[in-house]
Design a protein around this ligand. Structure first.
Ligand code: C2E
Ligand code: CA
Ligand code: CA
Length: 257
């Protein structure tokens, strides 16, 4: 952070059948002067165990907001999701960060609904009351809340119903096994059904192959993200990608809605 070696890449989230862009997920990378681009898998866990996660989260929010304003000015209106570590989300400093960033990025006040905060339920849902309080705080400031890696941790459907959550992300683990394992397919189907009945969008993450996408579409899954659609892109690559993507024919044909 001090050496300004962190940057964000953006992975598209799309409507699997008509190609509409839902948004972009901001994913942090460390551009190490000797080692090159390092993925978060090798440092985020360490950072999440330290108070430093709050500084990282603030940096990511700030950078994503600046990027969104830049794209706005060039006519590209797109929603951005950011990942916020549990420790940061549940701390008092998160409120302060959101308030301060909102006042710095004055334009956000008009369109905060295009900024989504992703929290992983595994870590965050240890203290339900506090999560609920923070979720309401975010909603009152106009942010959307997304539950990441859903289905892997503590969050129950009851919690979903109590919380102002606008989106759940089906963990990559379920998507990966969707072809071979009936039980994983059943979990995905029940999340899709719950989402539909509660008015919560369901995004399948880690859609790696055309086949996975086709099965998901056949199950009524509308939104997806993954290598079969696009890897995370540098900010420079995003506008070109958005103009050129369309879903494979098997996804368009398989739509059940
Ligand atoms: P995540 O939030 O579940 O993000 C999705 C991860 O899956 C990303 O890895 C993405 O590049 C990868 N991915 C996307 N499509 C596919 C696919 O089709 N197949 C497979 N196998 N993987 C796919 P990435 O960028 O390495 O990030 C890893 C994790 O690090 C993220 O998982 C997130 O939990 C965390 N992370 C990333 N950026 C931030 C950040 O700014 N703040 C915090 N607190 N955590 C972050
Ligand atoms: Ca995420
Ligand atoms: Ca995830």
């Amino acid at each position: 952070l001090d050496h300004k070696e962190l940057l964000l890449h953006y992975q598209p989230q799309v409507n699997l059948t008509n190609g509409t862009i839902l948004g972009l997920e901001a994913l942090v990378r460390w551009n190490h002067p000797q080692k090159g681009l390092i993925l978060p898998g090798s440092f985020i866990e360490t950072v999440e165990a330290m108070p430093l996660i709050s500084r990282l989260g603030r940096y990511v929010l700030d950078t994503a907001m600046t990027q969104q304003e830049e794209w706005d000015r060039s006519g590209l209106k797109v929603r951005i999701s950011v990942n916020i570590g549990a420790r940061h989300f549940l701390s008092g400093s998160f409120r302060k960060d959101l308030e301060e960033l909102l006042s710095v990025h004055e334009s956000r006040r008009q369109t905060p609904e295009r900024m989504v905060i992703e929290i992983t339920e595994t870590e965050t849902f240890r203290d339900l009351l506090l999560v609920q309080e923070m979720a309401e705080f975010c909603r009152d400031r106009g942010f959307f809340l997304s539950l990441d890696d859903f289905g892997t941790g503590q969050a129950s459907l009851t919690a979903l119903q109590k919380m102002p959550v606008s989106e759940i992300k089906v963990d990559r683990g379920f998507v990966r096994r969707i072809l071979q394992n009936e039980k994983d397919r059943a979990i995905v189907a029940s999340l899709l059904a719950a989402g539909q009945m509660m008015g919560i969008d369901v995004v399948a993450e880690g859609v790696e192959t055309e086949e996975e996408g086709r099965i998901l579409v056949g199950m009524g899954c509308r939104w997806g993200q993954g290598y079969a659609i696009s890897p995370p892109l540098s900010p420079e690559q995003v506008p070109g990608w958005i103009g050129s993507w369309s879903p494979p024919p098997s996804w368009i044909d398989g739509a059940v809605f």
